[in-house]
Design a protein around this ligand. Structure first.
Ligand SMILES: C[S@@+](CC[C@H](N)C(=O)[O-])C[C@H]1O[C@@H](n2cnc3c(N)ncnc32)[C@H](O)[C@@H]1O
Length: 297
């Protein structure tokens, strides 16, 4: 199953469910400073070249195409240089898939901790078997949330999820290409949950599709990817209404407001990617948004 696969099964999402029992996270870490730039380059190149790092067999990879190790190494660079991630921090990855981001992070979070969660049991099983034994500071949780594309038979409603983690237990949360598969109610719920489990001053790193006027202009000129209709009302835009979870974009202002309501505000200017064919879209395909939780919220 990939983000591009076409499943249009209708799933009846159930109502609010009992929260899962909290998982104690060993998060008492002392954040250290991020690496200097030359060392970041060296590290990311070494990660991209290292054939001995764990990698799932191709037939198990359900998270999309591309070079598993190279994409992971590229995002490790972004987590450090754009998100300010330090090696001693406690990290939560929501929608960790089959460890594409976790594997490179094993080479960086030397004194930190990592918790990954996903709704696809196979991906979590692989991560537990291939990563945790060598890196015991990395742990993985499966949550049986329904998603018509990734987990159609899931028992729980993502719009009512309580993450199995304690209040203020993380310094850094990442979601790469996850919001791009979630509907509005799920995003609203995750915003509240992220604010709950993030420490004041902590950051959220996301890659996603943000619709603003420049993105609309690129799409209207026919330069974009997927079938997003720039003239649609929003604030949620579906790349393919037949397969709603395949590609979801959000009105930028709407999404920033949802996060701001939870005390999560931009930590740096948004880096717009080239998915929409906008003028000046950068090297990344998706947009990159880094938020931080305001102290005192
Ligand atoms: C395109 S994949 C990206 C995986 C991973 N973040 C990466 O970049 O390698 C999208 C991921 O989102 C996960 N996902 C879908 N709905 C989710 C939800 N409600 N909560 C958490 N993860 C979800 C999928 O199972 C899948 O692993």
């Amino acid at each position: 199953m990939t983000a591009e696969s076409s499943s249009n099964r209708v799933v009846l999402l159930r109502g609010a469910q009992k929260p899962a029992a909290p998982v104690a996270v060993q998060a008492v870490s002392v954040p250290s400073a991020p690496l200097p730039a030359d060392k970041v380059e060296w590290l990311c190149e070494a990660v991209a070249r290292n054939r001995f790092l764990p990698a799932p067999p191709a037939e198990k990879v359900f998270i999309g195409d591309g070079d598993f190790r190279a994409i992971g190494a590229e995002f490790l660079r972004h987590f450090i240089t754009l998100g300010g991630l330090a090696p001693g921090e406690s990290v939560l990855e929501i929608g960790c898939g089959i460890g594409r981001m976790a594997v490179p992070l094993t080479q960086y979070l030397t004194s930190g901790t990592y918790a990954g969660m996903d709704i696809v049991a196979d991906g979590i099983d692989w991560c537990r078997e291939a990563i945790t034994p060598a890196y015991p500071n990395f742990r993985f949780e499966h949550l049986d949330l329904a998603n018509p594309l990734y987990n159609p038979a899931g028992a729980l409603n993502g719009g009512a999820v309580t993450l199995p983690f304690e209040f203020e237990s993380f310094d850094f949360i990442l979601l790469t290409s996850v919001i791009t598969h979630l509907r509005t109610a799920e995003v609203v719920r995750y915003a509240a949950e992220m604010a709950r489990v993030l420490r004041p001053g902590g950051r959220v790193f996301m890659s996603l599709f943000l619709m603003d006027n420049a993105a609309r202009a690129g799409l209207a000129a026919g330069n974009g990817r997927y079938g997003f209709d720039p003239a649609a009302r929003g604030p949620e835009y579906l790349g393919d209404p037949e397969v709603p979870n395949a590609a979801v974009a959000y009105d930028q202002r709407f999404l920033l407001d949802i996060f701001a309501t939870q005390g999560l505000v931009p930590a740096r200017p948004i880096l717009h990617g080239h998915w929409s064919g906008r003028d000046g879209g950068g090297a990344n395909f998706q947009d990159i948004l880094v938020l931080h939780r305001e102290a005192g919220e």
